[in-house]
Design a binder for this molecule. Structure first.
Ligand code: UD1
Length: 418
């Protein structure tokens, strides 16, 4: 198992590029199941979660292949319709094969998903939505067994905003008979990216990026070529990396609007930015104020940047209150940040962070989930001495070569194998 050694106290300066968005690539790769033939993608990040998706697609009978910068998925005529526990348990997003398989082949058997330990993360809304489109669903021996001769368009109102639920229903509805309207749909940019690929495949979708998405079912979809959008969570993490070390860092190949909730919060804290067409520069800043933050669905502050923002607040001047409204158990990084000397009082969904600028000290810490790992690396960048982050396989699920990107900016970060 690899670990990451971070030697703190080195200012980050320079320019860094983001990779393709993991959370857009995953649903888009599952959308390939909707159309036989060869799909070709650019800007797919090289990550563990992409390997797990490729493994799952292969187990369903598809062929996947890296071809220099391109990722190709060949979907055959009669794929297998069972997504097995051994693969699904590695990645919660595997549930996204349910909608496409059910819509195209009228049947799917998918293991109940595992993934990050950040709350119970049910899939009830995915299943309710499929039922609304006419599917019969049974839960047996840890598997979701779904059947529908032909899905039928319907209006479905999500009780809670769910990114994965919206994606699963969006994909399924493309091949349903008639019109589907998804209300209280998630508005994340990754949903828009998925919708754009589905449209490139021949789907009829409007309203994506708003809370009401309208889908006119079509008979057939066709494979296409597509470039995955840049990763906004990686972009935000890199902006915070520059900021927390007091450096000047430009993050390019990104969409500045996608991280506005972060940059606006950081402006309130006293940071200055230059916002370009596809880049954001954070300028040097020696001391910043504590600013409260609450996570919420897009376009508000993303839960996937909560842990990284907390690292920034742990070394701010003053006290901030961080509220997590999306997941009920997403403060596991708090205990680990406290090992580095952070002063944080966590309650169920609220953490009070008393900033201690210049006071963190390196220590061995353990990554507990993907974004928590990133926050520990960020805190390690400003802690004096050495921080040893173990279990960084979590980090590898979602960040492409993070240690190389940080090192190129001047960080002293290296990976060691146990
Ligand atoms: C996606 C992202 C994840 C991000 C999250 C919220 C991917 C692969 N993952 O996860 O990085 O943190 O969005 O932005 O894109 N819920 C239900 N029932 C359901 C589905 C969800 O109650 O059927 C609840 C969840 O427990 C959670 C909330 O809805 O409290 C939001 O979850 P959801 O948006 O579905 O997250 P994911 O799609 O799993």
């Amino acid at each position: 198992m690899d670990r990451m050694v971070v030697v703190g106290g080195h200012q980050l300066n320079g320019t860094v590029s983001t990779s393709g968005a993991k959370n857009a690539a995953l649903p888009i790769l599952f959308a390939t199941l909707l159309a036989e033939g060869e799909h070709v993608f650019k800007n797919v990040p090289r990550l563990k979660d992409i390997d797990s998706t490729a493994e799952l697609l292969e187990s369903l009978g598809c062929k996947t292949q890296w071809d220099s910068d391109y990722f190709r998925v060949k979907v055959g005529k009669a794929p297998s319709l069972e997504a097995h526990y051994d693969i699904v348990r590695k990645m919660r997003a595997s549930i996204l094969c349910l909608g496409p398989l059910l819509a195209k082949y009228g049947e799917a058997v998918v293991s109940m998903p595992g993934g990050c330990a950040i709350g119970t993360r049910p899939i009830d809304l995915h299943l309710d939505g499929m039922r609304a489109l006419g599917a019969e669903i049974e839960l047996q021996e840890g598997y979701v067994k779904a059947k529908a001769k032909k899905l039928k368009g319907a209006t479905f109102v999500f009780e809670t905003t769910t990114v994965g639920g919206t994606e699963n229903l969006l994909m399924a509805a493309c091949l349903a008979e008639g019109t589907t309207i998804l209300e209280n749909a998630a508005k994340e940019p990754e949903i828009v990216d998925l919708a754009n690929y589905l449209i490139a495949m021949g789907a009829k979708i409007s309203g994506h990026g708003t809370s009401v998405i309208r889908i006119e079912g079509v008979e057939r979809l066709f494979p296409s070529e597509y470039k995955i959008m840049p990763d906004r969570i990686e972009a935000g993490t890199l902006v915070i990396a520059g900021a927390i070390t007091g450096g000047e860092v430009t993050v390019n190949q990104m969409v500045p609007e996608h991280i506005e909730s972060l940059t606006h919060k950081m402006m309130d804290a006293g940071f200055k930015f230059q916002i370009g067409k596809d880049s954001v520069t954070v300028f040097k800043n020696q001391g910043w104020k504590a600013v409260d933050m609450t996570t919420n669905p897009y376009p508000l502050f993303p839960t996937d940047l909560q842990a990284q923002y907390m690292a920034l607040m742990a070394v701010s001047q003053g006290t901030s209150v961080i509220t997590e409204t999306v997941f009920e158990n997403r403060f596991m990084h708090v205990q680990e940040l406290m090992r580095l000397g952070a002063d944080i009082t966590p309650k169920t969904r609220v953490a009070v962070v008393r900033g201690r600028p210049g006071m963190l000290k390196g220590a061995p810490v353990m990554a507990t989930d993907l974004r928590a790992s990133a926050s520990l690396v960020l805190a390690g960048l400003v802690a004096s001495g050495e921080t040893l982050v173990s279990r960084i396989y979590h980090l590898d699920r979602g960040y492409e070569k993070l240690e190389n990107k940080l090192s190129a900016l001047g960080a002293h970060v290296r990976r060691v194998s146990e």
